[in-house]
Write a protein that binds this ligand. Structure first.
Ligand code: DGY
Length: 319
């Protein structure tokens, strides 16, 4: 059996593939594989491990309908035409559960970094602009006792809420398609309408999937409803906020700051104005990039691949 992997996965995953006598071909170049190259690479393979934002659309699926299984190196599957895969009987696996803690850590890190202008201050040292101790440089704001608004309270949002309550005794409000009673009971989280979420949040953190409903949800009109001293955090998908509108909202001080682990497009252009703003922290989509989480993701991927190659039901299948 042969698998194509469009990037790097944790060594434990490669080892387990070898132990299962699955031969590996890996994309090693330091650029995203193109759709044409991907189709070509999958032609003589039985399975595909998708690392990165490959478009697993109807065109790709039709051209690779021989694949017995596709395992995503992600929990998100907004890049997959699930209906087309179903029609062609190609099971799609993802990696739910194991990356909630690491991704919430990244959201928490961004929130704190933005609130204290950490990335900006770090760049000042690199640029030789730290000339003397300054009691009132560009001042930050504190988070203690503030209101955390979660847009999309699933597993990752729940972890973020726990951290914010534990560290800063923040009150938690959330907006979802449906209520999360577990979070309400465990954290005292309060369900609010989307409008109330905007108006009441001091920190608004996005933890929803990218869907037609959430695509381009945060536009200038939406940012205008938020508090002028609020912080916007997105560790979910860049397509959920409108980047031009976010830039304008920050330039015109409509909101106070923003922390992004996801951008639109990715990679972000190094000249992007967001990168030089005081109250902005941007990371290159490293939400779940820890040794522990990557190893756990790789193990789930291999379980999905092995099951798919045997024609069995995937243990972690996208429904
Ligand atoms: C995920 O798991 O969805 C991460 O964002 C990586 O794509």
């Amino acid at each position: 059996m042969k698998v194509f992997i469009s990037g790097n996965i944790a060594p434990v995953g490669l080892k387990e593939l070898e132990e299962n006598n699955i031969s590996i071909t890996q994309w090693k170049e330091n650029r995203q594989i193109t759709p044409e190259e991907l189709i070509k690479a999958c032609q003589d393979k039985d399975a595909f491990i998708s690392v990165g934002p490959n478009k697993i659309n109807a065109e790709f699926l039709k051209a690779c309908s021989h694949l017995k299984v596709i395992a995503l190196h992600s929990v998100g599957y907004d890049n997959v035409d699930v209906a087309a895969a179903k029609e062609l009987n190609i099971p799609i696996g993802n990696t739910p559960g194991v990356l909630s803690g690491a991704t919430a850590d990244t959201a928490f890190l961004l929130m704190l970094a933005v609130s204290r202008k950490a990335f900006y201050s770090h760049k000042k040292i690199i640029k030789g602009e730290w000339k003397k101790y300054e009691p009132a440089p560009e001042l930050g704001i504190e988070l203690n006792g503030k209101t955390l608004g979660i847009f999309g309270l699933g597993k990752i949002g729940l972890e973020m809420a726990k951290k914010c309550i534990g560290a800063y005794n923040m009150s938690v409000i959330y907006h979802n398609r449906s209520r999360n009673e577990e979070a309400e009971k465990a954290l005292g989280a309060k369900y609010v309408s989307f409008e109330e979420l905007l108006v009441q949040s001091d920190v608004l953190s996005v933890h929803t999937a990218l869907t037609p409903e959430t695509k381009n949800k945060f536009t200038l009109g939406v940012f205008k409803q938020m508090k002028t001293n609020s912080i916007f955090i997105n560790t979910a998908r860049g397509g959920i906020h409108n980047e031009k509108d976010l830039t304008k909202a920050l330039e015109e001080k409509i909101i106070w700051g923003a922390g992004l682990d996801v951008t639109n497009p990715e990679p972000m252009d190094k000249e992007n104005p967001l990168l030089s703003m005081e109250n902005v922290a941007v990371l290159p989509h490293i939400g779940s990039a820890t040794e522990e989480t990557r190893a756990a993701m790789a193990q789930i991927i291999i379980k999905n691949i092995v099951a798919g190659l045997k024609g069995e039901k995937l243990p972690f299948e996208v429904k």
